[in-house]
Write a protein that binds this ligand. Structure first.
Ligand code: AMP
Length: 308
């Protein structure tokens, strides 16, 4: 079993969907990655920053799930990163209403000593320079570096993003962002161009339409589990990435074949995340529920066809 180090935001989110609206609740890319990875029982550490306004109870909840938060700096007189978004009726697209970087603006990540040899590193959605700084601090070269990003960072730090992309193995990115980054509409062509920017593996997330994995000439597609109710898609992408990394850290096998399973595990966990607002569903999720749904997933995609 490998160690997993994840850097990302630990945040307050305020979310509006056609089903309702929340005040400031727990969110952040690092939080969702950590909660997903905790399902695999791998030793997971989060590197992030919060302000003095961040409830201790949230960190305690993560610790109780085995997530190490020694790398979460608390800036006593600072304010926690705040993001607010509104989902459209299709629940697949959203508008960012507010991004207040707050303590993130001057954040210098510090990787705890006992995670400087983590075999799997997840560079969650953050400024590319912050992501690079985490890699700089690793004392042992990780077996696998996965990076997630979003349009916000492409808009304000594209050159830095290109630099850090040269140092990673896998990028996870959503379809619109893949198009923005590559300038290509076709996702097959977009993946090729992104591949040329550095990462050997390109994972394109398509929300309710599943995810694609590209590696040179190889391609794999996993659907998302069709759900009767999608309540709040926030964090689904990070949950997917956390599940993907958690599974690879647990199995210690970073081959294309095993990444296919990692995609299924990631998609499976993401299907829970969207069932309630914020982190709520991931906090209460049990192993039994995960296993049961994996069976449903298998059922959904299995067919036996005779090709003459
Ligand atoms: P996802 O729905 O997986 O794309 O992730 C949503 C999470 O990302 C929310 O919980 C936000 O707190 C966090 N987030 C939103 N904008 C940013 C940003 N610019 N950088 C890092 N994290 C962000």
């Amino acid at each position: 079993m490998s160690k997993l180090l994840a850097v990302g935001t630990v945040a307050f989110d305020a979310i509006e969907t056609p089903f309702g609206k929340t005040d400031k609740i727990l969110g952040g890319s690092g939080t969702f990655v950590g909660l997903a990875a905790s399902q695999f029982g791998v030793k997971t550490g989060i590197v992030s920053v919060v302000g003095g306004d961040f409830p201790k109870a949230y960190l305690e909840m993560m610790n109780a799930k085995g997530i190490n938060t020694d790398g979460v700096e608390i800036v006593k007189d600072g304010k926690t990163f705040f993001w607010s978004g509104r989902y459209h009726n299709d629940m697949n697209s959203r508008d960012t209403l507010i991004t207040e970087l707050n303590v993130l603006e001057h954040f210098k990540p510090v990787v705890p000593k006992n995670f400087k040899d983590a075999e799997v590193v997840m560079l969650g959605n953050l400024h590319p320079l912050t992501q690079a700084s985490v890699l700089d601090q690793m004392e042992v070269k990780p077996k696998l570096v996965v990076l997630d990003t979003m349009n916000f960072w492409m808009d304000i730090a594209l050159n830095d993003l290109h630099q850090v992309m040269k140092r990673i193995d896998v990028i996870t990115i959503n379809d619109e962002e893949a198009r923005q980054l590559s300038g290509e509409y076709s996702l097959v062509n977009a993946a090729k161009k992104i591949h040329d920017m550095g990462p050997k593996y390109v994972v394109i997330k398509k929300g309710e339409h599943g995810a694609l994995l590209f590696n040179e000439e190889n391609m794999f597609y996993a659907p998302a589990l069709p759900l009767a109710e999608v309540f709040d898609p926030t964090g689904a992408g990070d949950t997917f990435a956390g599940g993907f990394c958690g599974f690879l850290a647990k199995t210690e096998d970073v081959s294309f074949e095993n990444m296919k399973n990692a995609i299924i595990y990631g998609s499976n966990l993401a299907s829970f995340c969207v069932e309630k607002f914020g982190t709520q569903r991931m906090e209460e999720l049990t192993r039994e529920e995960v296993t049961e749904r994996l069976h449903a997933f298998k059922q959904l995609t299995q067919f036996d066809i005779e090709i003459e």
